[in-house]
Ligand binder design. Structure first.
Ligand code: ZN
Length: 115
């Protein structure tokens, strides 16, 4: 399951509140433009979110994602820092440059990035 890539600045801005180059709304990866759609690290980052969403049966992934964001926002009081410290994001950023990561990744690996 690699996700279906949709190139649309409008939908990417809509789903990321205008904040991201790409956003994954399972099973779709929305990306701002065709050049970014060829960015291997960015696409790998989003595919890691596809794997995380799938192993949590999709909806609970988004619930947990939002809950962790809100808890971290209270803690850090900065949107960017709260976002970067979500376990799902920490795993995706840590492994986005490894093109083989998703081939060997174990289920619920995001738990290792919780702190
Ligand atoms: Zn991400």
């Amino acid at each position: 399951m690699k996700g279906k890539v949709v190139v649309s600045a409008f939908l990417t801005n809509l789903f990321s509140l205008g904040r991201a180059s790409a956003v994954t709304i399972f099973p779709f990866i929305f990306v701002q433009n065709k050049i970014l759609a060829k960015d291997e690290d960015l696409m790998n980052h989003e595919r890691i979110h596809i794997a995380q969403a799938l192993e949590l049966l999709v909806f609970p992934f988004y619930v947990l994602y939002c809950m962790e964001f809100l808890v971290r926002l209270v803690y850090y009081r900065k949107v960017e820092e709260a976002y970067l410290n979500i376990s799902f994001e920490r795993e995706a950023y840590a492994k986005q440059s490894d093109p083989y990561y998703l081939l060997t990744r174990k289920i619920w690996s995001f738990k290792k990035y919780y702190r």
